[in-house]
Design a protein around this ligand. Structure first.
Ligand code: UDP
Length: 371
């Protein structure tokens, strides 16, 4: 007889929430992760009193009250509000696209003026139904903003021209004709005080968790341990890449500890011109509001983010949801449906860009269905 009711592969948000729900439903659970830490890509690590987002900026935001109440059981959230800045050749703009962006771009003041300029530029471009990211971007915000704030950044981030990328990528950015720099439209927003690792640690409290434990290194052993398996890793790897490899965009992070109190005055600044090799610089202390009076720290930690071509063995970040990859993913789904005792989930299992709140909602729904 198997030792556990459930083996959960992956100690990220999906695996951790699934494990918690299983434990509370009276199941015996083992969680394994091949990395040496929990929390997946949301992992934070403290350096010099600052929580470092080791796999890039993670800002929690949601409109889902159930998810907000859920995470608040495991962490207290601060009142961080994401207001992004973008630099293009020494010009500084607010993002997402709002009246502050338009005012700076065209030296105007009213929503009417902004609408008129954007409409003129859209008309000039002669785009009907947008069939790719370039057309989608121009029809949302016009050519000037596309050229300065979108074209180079997107090309760096994805390694492809905007005309070769799906339109939906840019749709997650708000466009608004009010002076509001809040990056998200969601009702709830913040960063867990003490970091994401502590929050996931609490979610996993009382659950046996083995780190540096690679499912694929000892597959037969792990498969025999439990009646059912929850798998939140890469779906193609699970099937030994038998139908081919799904593609991702990779990221490299270059982190520096600086002997200055405040390096850039904002948590994230994007560098939108193509010639600068990184896409953004994160200054981690600002996520914790550590320059706003109260606790002041003498040093700061910054991270430059460089996108790169992904190859097998690299950490997978952004799924490349073009037609070819989506079709391959569907084939893997068909295989997955036949694996009766395995549940595939999370960002990698779903091969989709997913915000953290969506991952948690998915784990809550899937566990409710399965348990
Ligand atoms: N984007 C852009 N310029 C920016 C920020 C974003 O063109 O300064 C576009 C780009 O195509 C990117 C997409 O918007 O891939 C989504 O950006 P988001 O900030 O949501 O990406 P994330 O931070 O989640 O990786």
């Amino acid at each position: 007889m198997a030792k556990y009711d459930l083996l959960i592969v992956g100690a990220g948000l999906y695996g951790a929430v699934f494990a918690r729900e299983a434990l509370e439903a009276g199941k015996s659970v083992l969680v394994i992760d091949r990395r040496g830490h929990i929390a997946g890509n949301a992992y934070t690590e403290e350096t010099e009193g600052i929580q470092i987002h080791k796999y890039g900026a993670h800002i929690f935001h949601t409109s889902d009250k159930r998810v907000w109440e859920y995470v608040n059981r495991f962490a207290e959230f601060n009142n961080y509000r994401h207001e992004l800045l973008a630099v293009y050749k020494n010009e500084l703009y607010n993002l997402p696209f709002n009246m502050n962006t338009f005012s700076k771009m065209w030296n105007i003041r009213t929503p009417e003026e902004a609408k008129r300029i954007i409409e003129e530029q859209v008309k000039e471009a002669g785009i009907g139904e947008a069939s790719n990211l370039e057309e989608q971007a121009i029809s949302l915000v016009g050519r000037d903003i596309y050229e300065k704030l979108i074209k180079g950044y997107t090309r760096k981030q994805w390694g492809r021209e905007c005309s070769e990328l799906p339109a939906f990528i840019i749709k997650r950015l708000p466009v608004r004709y009010v002076y509001d720099n809040n990056y998200f439209n969601d009702r709830y927003q913040g960063i867990p005080i003490g970091g994401y690792t502590a929050m996931v640690g609490k979610i996993l409290e009382g659950i046996e968790t083995r780190l540096n434990a690679d499912f694929f290194a000892d597959r037969e052993y792990y498969e025999a341990l439990a009646d059912r398996i929850v798998f939140s890793g890469m779906i193609d790897e699970y099937f030994d890449y038998s139908l081919g490899e799904l593609e991702y965009r990779g990221l490299k992070f270059e982190t520096e500890l600086l002997d200055t109190e405040n390096y850039q005055g904002n948590a994230v600044i994007n560098y939108t011109e193509y010639e600068i090799p990184y896409t953004r610089i994160i200054e981690h202390k600002h996520f914790e509001l550590k320059c706003q009076g109260g606790e002041k720290l003498p040093g700061t930690v910054i991270t430059r983010e460089y996108p790169h071509t992904w190859k097998r063995g690299d950490e997978p970040y952004y799924p490349i949801n073009d037609d070819k990859n989506n079709a391959l993913y569907e084939k893997y789904r068909t295989l997955a449906a036949k694996e009766g005792r395995v549940i595939f989930g999370g960002r990698l299992g779903g091969y989709r860009y997913l915000d953290m709140d969506k991952v948690i909602a998915m784990a809550l729904n899937d566990s409710r269905e399965a348990l």
